[in-house]
Design a protein around this ligand. Structure first.
Ligand code: WT7
Length: 646
């Protein structure tokens, strides 16, 4: 691991919002008096009623009851911060640059246009009877309508729940059912890497089991033929084009819900992570401005999909709250060629570029030439998110993409945290390739051992957060008990991230990855339990255990051990069938990379699968399997080692 410091460049520090001294002053001020610090930061968003109560948080240390409130007596509508207040000063400025999958397709939407389109959809949904607090599901590709849909929901106080377009009909259905959405916003088809994604076909399949949905609004995107169900389905343009271009913003309490986003945990089905209005927006704006050192007039590009939290906070809410020009990209890094990212940067003169380590690692394989043939002179700041970035990929990104001019912000955060928590600030914090470095003001990370004892100094342990920050999730939708159980019961009175981390002698954090049964595949978070339940739903499968394995590009790959029912033959055809089955049940992102037939699984005498051993076998670390004496049948281990795949 490279611990070399890359110093803050004087020219970056000189122009930055936050230099080293300011960072220290902010960090200390937020720790000493969070109420005063966040009351001042809250001014960055537009309030209908300014909050007087700032922080009111209980992590349940004594009672076990968790309650998180920020700015609770404030009233606002996030779209006033993201749209209305910009109209007078930057109405004709481009809010969204849309770059299509096809390099010839692009468009620009000004703040004025965006405001009008949001109000039209808001009016259309109000006309369908959608009210404050109702849930609306969004299943759209990366087209401007996705941002319009989010903001239109926010305008009328409806809670949006976005489902990534790569999820299967079953995954879509279970998310709609869990939060009882009444409206679905989708498109005929999406496009990615030259291929079509059959969104409406998937939606129709899902809706067979979703009686709560009363209306489906369908954006015409590819023009592909789709079935429209009379009385339920309406074309977006038919619903919106004749609507007025203004719509009154719904007054929302700061703690009223803004959105739900489903994410995988170590057990059970995905949880509906719930974020609220005031604290989330303050955090989105605060972090977008300071971490990316965003300045007026800059072009900012985050390559995520709005189906993930990164797209919510750093394509839509943060940038628009800050009056930025945000680029939305429909395509993929290697279509039509592996120069695509860099060509888009030159085409739109992108200043700030934020992507995932998996994309960098994939592009590294093709060498420097596809990067070097582009200019990238407009770039000022680079960012990384989603998984640990290995020092080799960091340095490749730094040297080749940023020509050693641009600091890299390696941003650690989670769906649950709403926004970035640990990251270098480009003008303040010296970088180390592979380290997310130091916490932002208001963030109090700590490392604890497995019994919850605090670990001091340079050490390694479980990463917890000792106190709240405004962007924190407030509950699991419909299941506060699960929220308390999942995040606050492991290490009482602290928020447990599920990640392990090392802290070095400079106090820098190095995230080592999940310590629970969650795996991170190409920056996509997957619960191994979900993949296992998809596998055992197959009629020929008796039992399954899924673990992560090291993968050169994806970070982690999916390794599945499958025990067949008595009498079933382990054939290559069945292996392919099981991979296809998981794709169909969950979506392509959950496809197993390896399936090993397992006549037996290593279990303790109480029947618990020893995943530690399965992880080692998958990683081909079979010399160091550790203690197997507590196994009910130690012989199964040797059988698995001998028949390891890949
Ligand atoms: C998990 C959260 C953050 C938005 C996208 C993913 C891992 C995320 C980093 C980073 C090391 C990282 C963690 C975390 N992770 N960013 N910079 N360095 N690990 O959100 O799907 O909720 O996943 O992603 O393991 O717990 P998510």
């Amino acid at each position: 691991m490279s611990d070399a410091l890359i110093a803050v460049k004087p020219e970056i520090a000189a122009r930055a919002h936050v230099d080293a001294a300011t960072y220290k002053a902010m960090y200390d001020a937020a720790a000493a008096d969070p109420d005063a610090f966040w009351a001042a930061e809250a001014k960055r968003v537009a309030w209908m009623k300014t909050p007087t109560i700032i922080k009111n948080v209980d992590f349940g240390g004594t009672s076990g009851k968790v309650s998180i409130k920020w700015f609770e007596d404030g009233v606002l509508n996030v779209t006033e911060s993201c749209l209305d207040r910009h109209l007078a000063t930057r109405g004709d400025q481009v809010a969204i640059i849309w770059e299509g999958d096809d390099p010839k397709a692009d468009s620009k939407v000004t703040y004025k246009d965006l405001h009008a389109r949001v109000c039209q959809l808001a009016n259309a949904m109000r006309g369908m009877g959608v009210k404050k607090g109702d849930r609306v599901c969004i299943y759209l590709p990366m087209i401007v309508e996705a941002a319009v849909a989010m903001l239109a929901c926010a305008r009328i106080g409806a809670v949006h729940s976005i489902v990534f377009g790569g999820f299967s009909p079953d995954s879509l259905a279970s998310r709609i059912q869990d939060s009882e959405c009444t409206v679905l916003l989708t498109a005929d088809e999406g496009r990615r890497g030259g291929r079509k994604v059959p969104l409406k076909v998937n939606a129709d399949e899902a809706l067979k089991t979703c009686p709560s949905i009363r209306h489906v609004i369908v954006a015409k995107n590819t023009g592909g033929a789709v079935a429209m169900q009379e009385g339920r389905d309406v074309w977006w343009h038919d619903a919106c084009d004749s609507q007025p271009t203004t719509a009154a913003p719904e007054p929302m309490g700061a703690e009223d819900p803004l959105f739900i986003l489903y994410t995988s945990g170590s057990t059970g089905k995905p949880k509906g992570v719930l974020h609220t209005t005031g604290g989330y927006l303050v955090w989105a704006s605060f972090t977008h401005q300071n971490v990316f050192d965003y300045r007026d007039g800059e072009i900012y590009w985050c390559t995520a999909d709005v189906g993930w939290v990164t797209g919510h906070t750093y394509i839509v809410y943060g940038p628009l709250a800050n009056g930025a020009t945000t680029l939305m990209f429909e395509g993929v890094p290697n279509y039509p060629t592996v120069s695509r990212f860099w060509e888009v940067i030159d085409k739109h003169q992108v200043n700030i570029f934020y992507t995932a380590p998996t994309a960098i690692r994939a592009l590294m394989r093709d060498g420097e030439a596809p990067v070097k043939k582009t200019s990238r002179a407009s770039l000022r700041i680079l960012g990384s998110v989603g998984e640990p970035i290995n020092p080799e990929a960091w340095l490749w990104y730094y040297r080749n993409v940023g020509d050693e001019r641009c600091p890299i912000v390696d941003t650690w955060w989670q769906t649950e945290t709403g926004g970035i928590l640990i990251s270098p600030l480009p003008g303040a914090i010296a970088q180390k390739p592979g380290s997310a470095t130091l916490p932002l003001p208001g963030v109090r990370p700590a490392l604890v051992d497995n019994d919850g004892n605090p670990l001091e100094g340079a050490t390694e342990g479980n990463l917890v957060l000792l106190d709240s920050w405004p962007g924190q999730m407030r509950t699991v939708y419909g299941d506060h008990e699960r929220f308390q159980q999942t995040y606050f019961s492991t290490f009482k009175g602290t928020y447990f991230t599920g990640d392990g981390a090392r802290r070095d002698a400079d106090g820098y954090y190095w995230i080592t990855g999940r310590v629970d049964d969650v795996i991170n595949v190409a920056g996509h978070r997957m619960g191994t339990a979900e993949i296992e339940s998809a596998l055992v739903a197959h009629p020929k499968v008796a039992e399954a255990a899924v673990v992560g394995m090291p993968h050169e590009i994806k970070g982690q790959g999916i390794y599945a051990y499958v025990t067949l029912k008595a009498g079933e033959e382990p054939t290559e055809a069945l292996r392919k069938e099981l991979v296809a089955w998981v794709r169909k049940e969950i979506g392509p992102i959950a496809s197993p990379d390896a399936i090993q037939w397992a006549p037996g699984l290593p279990k303790t005498r109480s029947g618990k699968i020893m995943r530690r051993i399965l992880r080692k076998i998958a990683a081909n670390e079979t010399e160091a399997l550790g203690d197997t004496s507590t196994l009910a049948d130690p012989a199964v281990v040797q059988e698995l080692v001998d028949n390891r795949v890949g």
